[in-house]
Write a protein that binds this ligand. Structure first.
Ligand SMILES: Cc1ncc(C[n+]2csc(CCOP(=O)(O)OP(=O)(O)O)c2C)c(N)n1
Ligand SMILES: [Mg+2]
Length: 547
């Protein structure tokens, strides 16, 4: 029988277990949509390709399987780039299928032609340009394997239109290609090396575990190990949920807006077990003062991370769970002093109303850091945030993806008045699908985190941070067919949150936040984590907010 390239792609997606994809069609990719139309795969029509990319990311962040997004050539493909870069920074498995102009037109500046293969290269883990339809049998499964294998990341597959329409003669649909599995995971750490690490740990008196997104698959082993050894744990933003928020061993998040005790613990540690982390500058602050006197043990699946940003005394490329298994319990329980942090009433109230079952997504800004500080994240994969790239516009489409991946589960999107406007078109997608998403907009009248930096580090010279033009978020939500509520004070907040969260369909709650509130603690960019600011410096006049 004769099959087209487009039919091959759809057949392979079905065989690979893909049930939902998100995208926007256009001329060159129409053959693929034609084949999708007769498949069992459901297609979510996003309103912007960046939205489609983040919808796919939302699904991937919840399920751990590669999310799939589709875009047409030219502007469709370039609109996907931010979502690809974001997935690369946070190691999220994603497969982006784009169409390109027919091969004979490539390189001629044809209508809606861009060299997407070159553009995608630095923002993907790997990328393909498919020149023969028969190659798809190899490339598509390989794209999924690469996306999901350690370290996960985005893969782009660019397919010229004439490859989508090219016919291939086959006798019957073939089995999925058997691809070699990555061997790194089965390797055990070397005995002598483990002995040396155990020795260093035994002679340390102030060890700290510093864990991140790369430890997500091993969260249970991590909790058990920390408990058995009595070693305190600090996490990165991507590591929220690794520890039970009620566990006294968890000192909180480290970094620029991390808790003071977490930053202090690392700064004063004599041994740091760095597990699934990359010593990102937002986490370490001034890197020389991060843990100056500590022996550093670094375990990560990606060999390139070892020694990249920080010196390492003991490094191993491999799985965090296997490392912890190999490192047996051998010390008496240590007792750790826990300092309570000062609650931010509003976020606490919201967190209580949301409860423990909901999935939370955030956007980028002050609201994101407050959410990270005050929301108890009980499991990896339940707090979806753009950690590595810090992409405004992530929260809403990621919430759509999360809701699609976990049918029936409430998803709460915490966003800012700035961020939500960056993918606001996806409100139409939310409304169309009737998803159980509660969007909470923290309206502080502007780009709060930008203003915070200007106040603290630029002598309170405020430039381009206000968003006085609105919109009226309640009217906006209603225009898209969502229910809408407003919270203006703490006393009524809980009641409004409860009502909004009980509403089965999509809704939006606008919360008015004073525009001069600052996120503390804060480490100045480039400063040491131990030098965190914990309050507005006195020398500054309080800023008179007018909005
Ligand atoms: C795409 C993108 N552009 C610019 C920035 C820089 N930036 C970081 S936070 C922020 C302000 C976000 O405003 P809002 O969503 O209202 O959050 P708030 O800080 O006010 O809570 C900006 C502009 C970014 N992170 N992403
Ligand atoms: Mg804001």
């Amino acid at each position: 029988m004769n099959v087209t390239g487009a039919q091959i792609v759809v057949y392979l997606l079905e065989r690979l277990g893909v049930t939902t994809v998100a995208g926007i069609p256009g001329g060159p990719i129409l053959p693929l949509y034609d084949a999708l139309g007769v498949s069992s795969i459901s297609h979510i029509l996003a309103r912007h390709e960046q939205g489609a990319g983040f919808i796919a990311q939302g699904m991937a962040r919840v399920t751990g399987k590669a999310g799939v997004c589709l875009a047409t050539s030219g502007p469709g493909a370039t609109n996907l780039l931010t979502a690809l870069a974001d997935a690369k920074a946070d190691s999220i498995p994603l497969v982006a299928l784009t169409a390109n102009v027919p091969k004979p037109l490539m390189g001629t500046d044809a209508f809606q032609e861009v060299d997407f293969f070159t553009l995608a290269m630095p923002v993907t883990k790997h990328n393909f340009l498919v020149e023969e339809a028969s190659d798809l049998f190899r490339v598509v499964p390989e794209a999924f394997r690469l996306a999901e294998s350690p370290r996960p990341g985005p893969i782009s597959v660019d397919i010229p239109k004439d490859v989508l329409t090219q016919t291939v003669e086959i006798e019957a649909w073939p089995e999925l290609l058997k691809l070699p599995q990555d061997g790194a995971l089965s390797e055990e750490p070397d005995d002598a090396w483990i002995e040396a690490v155990a020795g260093a740990l035994a002679s340390s008196s102030r060890p700290v575990i510093y864990a991140g997104g790369g430890a997500a698959a091993s969260w249970e082993a991590l909790r058990a190990f920390a408990r058995a050894e009595g070693i305190p744990v600090v996490t990165t933003l991507m590591g929220l949920g690794l520890m039970d928020p009620a566990d006294p061993l968890w000192l909180g998040m480290i970094g620029m807006h991390g808790s003071s005790r977490a930053n202090l613990a690392v700064a004063q540690a004599d041994l740091v077990l760095a597990l699934g982390v990359r010593f990102d500058d937002r986490a370490t602050g001034k890197v020389d003062d991060f843990c100056p006197a500590a022996v550093v043990v670094h375990v990560d699946l990606d060999r390139a991370e070892l020694g990249k940003n920080h010196r390492v005394d003991f490094g191993w490329t491999g799985d965090v769970g296997r490392f912890l298994e190999a490192l047996e319990p051998r010390w008496p329980l240590r007792t750790v002093h826990r300092v309570e942090f000062d609650p931010e009433s509003l976020f606490r109230t919201l967190a209580e109303a949301v409860g423990s079952d909901a999935l939370v997504t955030t956007d980028v800004g002050q609201h994101q850091m407050w959410a990270a500080q005050y929301f108890p994240v009980r499991r990896p994969g339940t707090f979806l945030t753009s950690g590595g790239l810090g992409t405004m516009g992530f929260g809403l489409p990621a919430a759509i993806g999360a809701a699609l991946a976990k049918k029936g589960q409430r998803v709460v999107c915490l966003t800012g008045d700035g961020s939500i406007l960056m993918n606001v078109q996806e409100l139409a997608t939310v409304a169309e699908l009737g998803l159980p998403i509660t969007i909470v907009v923290f309206n502080n009248g502007g780009l709060g985190l930008v203003r915070q930096q200007q106040e603290l580090f630029y002598g309170a010279r405020f430039v381009a941070n206000g968003l006085p033009g609105g919109p009226d978020f309640l009217a906006l939500a209603r225009a898209f067919g969502l229910k809408a509520w407003k919270v203006s004070g703490l006393t009524t907040a809980r009641k409004v949150f409860d009502e909004a969260l009980a509403h089965p369909g999509p809704g939006l709650v606008e919360v008015t936040v004073t525009s001069h509130a600052l996120v503390f603690p804060m480490v100045a960019p480039g400063a040491a984590n131990i030098d965190a600011l914990t309050a507005r410096p006195r020398r500054l006049e309080p800023w008179n907010a007018t909005n």
